[in-house]
Design a binder for this molecule. Structure first.
Ligand SMILES: Cc1ncc(COP(=O)(O)O)c(C=O)c1O
Length: 395
């Protein structure tokens, strides 16, 4: 196959829009409910509760602001420890710092790439206690949520499930976002469905969601004038954007199906190379396959050096590395992305604690050998086959 660079860029994950979004947005304009109240918000909150199976939800301006309110609801105070996943997007951790609390980073396991229950248990042994645990379902693959939940219960820690990337994924038949005391989803543009930007806080605790609703609108008291007893925020989602989400949600299952087909096609097309797809436990979980990722076998890694912002590698026949593949794909106008760089490697968090199950850092190893592949559901099978050929040519 002769491969030429694509005229049109192949993206990692971009919004896939349909027709209903526009109808709901128009409805907001037609009824003049274009601010942070309205039917789109009400319907989106209800529809997400119905989908996820939680009792209450609150539409907010982003996944990050939803996480921030979850951290506040968990009662996190300055100086408290919060156990977070080491390998995640920084938005999982920043809200902990907004509250002047102390994040401690927990390593991943190899079976789902998510928080290692053994490392979490060890963290409780080392630190005694933690106010909260924030577990992420990375790339749409559920963590070992039952084990994590049991550990939190034993140690009296509030569990926040960062399901920003995993809407539609299930663990033992239960939708993610519904395992913790609080769940968070993101409607950012690159997610499985989008509101252009936005997020949602989920819980089965009515009082908690009522309090979050109040905090998200400047914490106004029930009085004729502006009366405030606690500090609030301006975190609500716009009814215009909620209209986009409402239309998108009608297509969630279809998006998951298309993402799965992409994952399966990569798996088949790359099966003879010394690499594996991002793993999950087929018996217990069904991911939403948000991003398809690969991890190169240890023996097939060529030399790769990453500094803070620069990298180099030495090409070798039969071997490759994430930076070589990423650079090669980019030369054909294809986007790919390194795995989330672990938080303990980020200069901003250099003084935070890190806990691993033993002496080997799993997430650092995944970061070194892993890569996120283009997983945009508008990519055609033919385009994906070309991506596969480009990856093959790196070895
Ligand atoms: C794991 C994770 N947590 C939190 C967020 C934050 O969501 P948002 O971008 O909507 O603030 C994202 C995505 O952006 C994410 O991937």
């Amino acid at each position: 196959m002769v491969i030429k660079p694509f005229d049109k860029k192949i993206w990692l994950a971009t919004p896939t829009m349909h027709s209903e979004e526009r109808l709901f947005v128009d409805e907001a304009f037609d009824t003049n409910w274009v601010s942070t109240l309205g039917e789109n918000i009400n319907q989106l909150e209800q529809a997400i509760c119905d989908k996820v199976g939680c009792h209450y939800s609150l539409a907010l301006s982003s996944g990050t602001t939803s996480l921030h309110l979850a951290v506040k609801l968990a009662g996190v105070k300055p100086g408290d420890k919060v156990f977070c996943m080491d390998m995640t997007f920084i938005a999982t951790v920043n809200p902990v710092v907004y509250e002047a609390a102390e994040p401690v980073f927990i390593d991943s396991e190899t079976e789902t790439w998510n928080m290692d229950p053994k490392a979490l248990e060890r963290a409780f042994e080392i630190y005694g206690d933690a106010k909260a645990v924030i577990v992420t379902n990375l790339y749409g693959v559920p963590a070992k949520l039952d084990e994590i939940k049991a550990i939190c219960k034993r140690h009296n820690a509030v569990l926040i499930e960062d399901a920003a990337e995993s809407l539609g994924a299930t663990f033992e038949g239960v939708q993610t976002g519904n395992y913790g005391d609080y769940g968070v989803i993101s409607f950012n543009g690159n997610k499985i469905i989008t509101c252009s930007s936005g997020g949602m806080l989920l819980s089965n605790d009515k009082n908690a969601i009522d309090l979050a609703r109040k905090m998200s609108t400047q914490a106004k008291e029930d009085a004729p004038w502006y009366q405030h007893e606690i500090v609030g925020y301006n975190y609500r989602l716009s009814n215009v954007l909620a209209g986009i989400g409402r239309g998108q949600l009608l297509h969630l299952d279809e998006h998951v199906k298309a993402k799965k087909a992409i994952y399966e096609r990569y798996k088949e097309g790359l099966k003879n190379l010394p690499l594996k797809m991002n793993p999950y436990d087929e018996k217990r979980m069904e991911p939403n396959y948000w991003l398809s990722c690969i991890i190169i076998d240890k023996e097939a890694m060529c030399k790769q050096i990453r500094q803070e912002k620069e990298f180099t590698y030495i090409s070798e026949k039969g071997k490759s590395c994430p930076e070589e593949i990423r650079e090669k794909l980019a030369s054909y106008n294809v986007e790919s992305r390194p795995i989330w760089k672990p938080m303990h490697m980020q200069p901003v968090f250099k003084n935070c604690g890190v806990v691993q199950a033993d002496n080997f850092c799993v997430c650092e190893d995944i970061f070194n050998r892993g890569l996120c592949l283009p997983s945009d559901i508008k990519m055609t099978e033919q385009e994906q086959d070309v991506v596969i050929e480009i990856i093959k040519s790196c070895f």
